[in-house]
Design a binder for this molecule. Structure first.
Ligand SMILES: *Cc1c(COP(=O)(O)O)cnc(C)c1O
Length: 451
């Protein structure tokens, strides 16, 4: 057994018997992986754990991507309606295949995919959609653009996902759909959410914008609800700058999605309904097609690194990785999130912990600063004529009073995270640096009050 793994075992043994503080205070257990080398916190003048090393960069490109864009350029097929075999229709087929579903409609963004789905399901003014406050603004923008009302339910504080019990409590006579958000690319408790939807006859639009190719109970995320929506914005785990897609297996519904996203004009060329123009352009699809070879290897690498991080952090009480529900398979890991527990760091606040880590060369982020239930759109919407006309005054009053999500507030205060599309493509040594820096700060936690 190497010295490092021995040290780690002793650390874990100490942690499990509740003597971790004593073990560390006595310095009998060196920080994992950096034994004896860099003991003084970098912020207090010691050697940082990681010096000037770069992380794998994101978005990813290689010659495939460049060739694909050049090919599209030279083909003069720059818009999807020019050819049934252009880049967009080809990508739609490939993405449907890779997610194990029948149909795909590509859009210009994840927000557009979500808004198209809301419209195609006939949800509009006077309707409510229950979703999470802990998400990208695009989630609620999709509901608001249809002039429906986003109702924000609270979170499971350990998984950062929608709490199904709170979703059920917030169902009203106006509720038409649930929009579960698979935050950080891991699944919501979809078993419970689907059961609630069925019981109350609600549609389910999966916001899988962070959850490409992730799995739950053997199914790909995005294929469990009525439709699933994806984003290919530059930071996502499959990326083309700006782009999105809707997937589903209901032919009629997916045809309606096509019609809505094509300014209300069907595949047959009849202008039939209300719709914006949200078509993905051929260059975006060309980037995606160029990126698909190798996508499996990249997702496998991210998952290996996550398993490695989890094994290193197992039993460590100071930061606890995002909880996964039973049935969770492969993750997408758009973000790798953990809960910071300051009681294990001499009550140092999260900002101090992040500052000390940053000095060690590890830049973690608080991720989402505050839940969407705290943003100014709430007042804007409650004062807007269309909402006042479509909802009884008592409902809007009740909405305002109930727009509280204490678990989300706690999550926003305690999460430490990193954008992992690129970072999780790193080596084991890169992952060791993250863990070593965390352990080193923990080991020096009695000094955090001084920085
Ligand atoms: C990125 C994202 C969106 C919006 O996608 P865009 O392509 O940026 O419009 C929606 N929901 C979640 C959870 C996201 O991460």
């Amino acid at each position: 057994m190497s010295e490092n793994s021995l040290a780690r075992r002793r650390f874990l043994a100490a942690a499990s018997t509740g003597t971790v503080a004593a073990a560390i205070a006595s310095r009998s257990v060196p920080a994992f992986g950096q034994a004896g080398k860099a003991r003084t916190l970098a912020i207090l003048g010691g050697e940082p754990v990681r010096k000037n090393q770069s992380w794998p960069s994101w978005p990813y490109w290689d010659d495939n991507v460049v060739d694909s864009v050049v090919k599209t350029t030279k083909s003069r097929i720059w818009c999807r309606i020019q050819s049934a075999s252009g880049a967009v229709p080809t990508f739609e087929k490939e993405f449907a295949e890779r997610t194990g579903t029948k149909y795909c409609v590509a859009t210009g963004s994840g927000t557009q995919a979500l808004h198209t789905s809301v419209e195609a399901l006939g949800i509009g003014p006077g309707d409510e959609v229950i979703t999470s406050p802990y998400t990208d603004p695009g989630t609620i923008a999709a509901i608001l653009c249809a002039r429906a009302l986003p109702v924000l339910a609270d979170l499971d504080p350990d998984s950062f996902q929608l709490d199904p019990d709170d979703v059920e409590r917030r169902i009203t006579e106006f509720t038409k759909a649930i929009m579960p958000v698979h935050i950080m690319g891991q699944p919501c408790d979809m078993d419970r959410i689907m059961a609630i939807a069925k019981k109350h006859n609600l549609k389910v639009i999966e916001d899988a914008c962070q959850a490409h190719l992730a799995e739950y109970q053997g199914k790909k995320l995005g294929t469990i609800g009525d439709v699933g929506c994806f984003s290919f914005q530059a930071s996502k785990t499959i990326a083309c700058g700006e782009g999105g897609a809707i997937i589903g297996s209901d032919e009629q519904l997916m045809d309606r999605c096509y019609t809505v996203h094509n300014h209300g004009t069907s595949r047959k060329g009849r202008t039939e309904t209300i719709g914006p123009k949200y078509r993905m352009n051929e260059f975006e699809a060309a980037v995606l097609l160029g990126q698909l070879p190798g996508v499996e290897e990249r997702f496998a690498r991210r998952n290996e690194n996550v398993a490695y991080l989890a094994s290193k952090l197992a039993g460590f009480p100071g930061v606890v990785p995002q909880k996964r529900y039973e049935g969770t398979g492969r993750g997408a890991y758009y973000v790798y999130g953990m809960t910071y527990r300051k009681e294990h760091f001499h009550d140092a606040d999260r900002g101090t912990f992040l500052k000390a880590l940053r000095a060690e060369g590890i830049n973690l982020s608080p991720y989402i600063g505050q839940g969407l239930h705290r943003e100014p759109w709430v007042d804007h919407v409650l004062n807007a004529k269309v909402y006042q006309r479509m909802f009884p005054a008592e409902r809007l009053q009740e909405y305002r009073e109930q727009n509280v999500c204490p678990n989300c507030d706690a999550v926003c205060q305690n999460v430490v995270a990193f954008w992992s599309s690129g970072i999780l493509l790193g080596t084991k040594e890169d992952m060791d640096d993250i863990v070593n820096a965390i352990f080193k700060v923990h080991e020096n936690r009695d000094k955090l009050a001084t920085i």
